[in-house]
Design a protein around this ligand. Structure first.
Ligand SMILES: NC(=O)c1ccc[n+]([C@@H]2O[C@H](COP(=O)([O-])OP(=O)(O)OC[C@H]3O[C@@H](n4cnc5c(N)ncnc54)[C@H](O)[C@@H]3O)[C@@H](O)[C@H]2O)c1
Length: 290
């Protein structure tokens, strides 16, 4: 989608981090935007920043794990902004633990937002992009969708799933609607609030499972250590604005992969080679950790 000026986009997870940066970048190109997030006040702040670029911004509080809410978002985008050309399925949360101990509430939450949020977006946005004459879709995955870091299986599962559905859909679109492009964004560390994702965790006590999760002291110490390291790597990560510029260029050039951290590619190559050689998974899973 070479021409961005005057086009209409929708961005989920637009209240913070990469989503807000994408909103500001596409607004600076003259795009009108529907902005969605579960956090309403920072969402409205993003909308104000976008309007300051001289374009229209609609802020639509949305829980992407709810298909009816995402469908409502798509309907409002088209009825109030007139069309839909770009969809960024970006909202995400992080959660994990030792794979066999992660409670079902966490699995449901992480997969509900990171995977089903994208699926709901694809189901509601793609037909409207086709009706609008074509455009582009960006699904936010992660380098965790191309590798298998320990301690975060729900996140990895959601991101691997977003990578594979984006690959499949790329071929499907080329066969059916070549006027619609699709990219999958796979960043390494980016300086955002993803490590504070618990702030958006549903607090309804009825969601809580009654399972007794046994985490012994040694396991807890390992998990706490891993979380601290990840938090400091995220705080030292790439500026989200730099990620957004790469997304914008990929949309313009219809590039299927947005791989923002070239120094992580050896890890992807090593994983693939280990699979082919039938070797066990490596412990060298996170750049920045010795
Ligand atoms: N920051 C990183 O290092 C990194 C790396 C790879 C991938 N990612 C991915 O980038 C995307 C954006 O995350 P970020 O890093 O900007 O983090 P962030 O926490 O700053 O932003 C995520 C946004 O998603 C919103 N959100 C959470 N649950 C939601 C829900 N149910 N419905 C709607 N919105 C919801 C949050 O309120 C927040 O505004 C995520 O998909 C994340 O997995 C981040």
């Amino acid at each position: 989608m070479e021409q961005l000026d005057g086009k209409v986009g929708v961005i989920t997870g637009a209240a913070s981090g990469i989503g807000r940066a994408m909103a500001l970048t596409f607004a600076a190109e003259g795009m009108h935007l529907a902005l969605a997030d579960i956090e309403t006040e920072p969402l409205e702040e993003t909308a104000e920043l976008v309007r300051a670029e001289g374009v229209n911004a609609l802020s639509v509080p949305t829980d992407v794990s709810d298909p009816a809410a995402v469908e409502h978002l798509a309907q409002r985008t088209v009825s109030e902004l007139g069309a839909l050309h770009l969809a960024c399925n970006n909202a995400g949360v992080s959660g994990g633990g030792l794979t066999w101990e992660v409670d079902l509430e966490t699995w449901n939450w992480v997969l509900g937002v990171n995977l089903f949020g994208v699926i709901h977006g694809l189901r509601s946005f793609t037909p409207r992009i086709v009706e609008s004459g074509g455009g582009h879709i960006v699904n936010t995955a992660s380098m965790a969708g191309l590798t298998s870091p320990p301690g975060m299986s729900p996140y990895n599962v959601s991101k691997h799933a977003v990578v594979t559905l984006s690959e499949a859909m790329s071929v499907e679109l080329s066969m059916t609607h070549p006027e619609v492009g699709i990219s999958v964004l796979c960043p390494g560390w980016v300086r955002t609030r993803i490590h504070e994702a618990d702030r958006n965790r549903p607090s309804d006590p009825s969601d809580a499972m009654d399972e007794a999760i046994v985490v012994d002291a040694q396991e807890q110490a390992a998990l706490d250590g891993m979380r601290d390291v990840v938090a400091s790597l995220i705080e030292g990560g790439l500026d989200p604005a730099a990620v957004a510029v790469q997304v914008r260029d990929a949309v313009r050039e219809a590039r299927p992969w947005v791989l923002t951290h070239p120094d992580w590619m050896d890890m992807v190559r090593a994983r693939t080679e280990r699979i082919i050689a039938e070797e066990p998974p490596s412990v060298n899973f996170l750049p920045g950790i010795d």
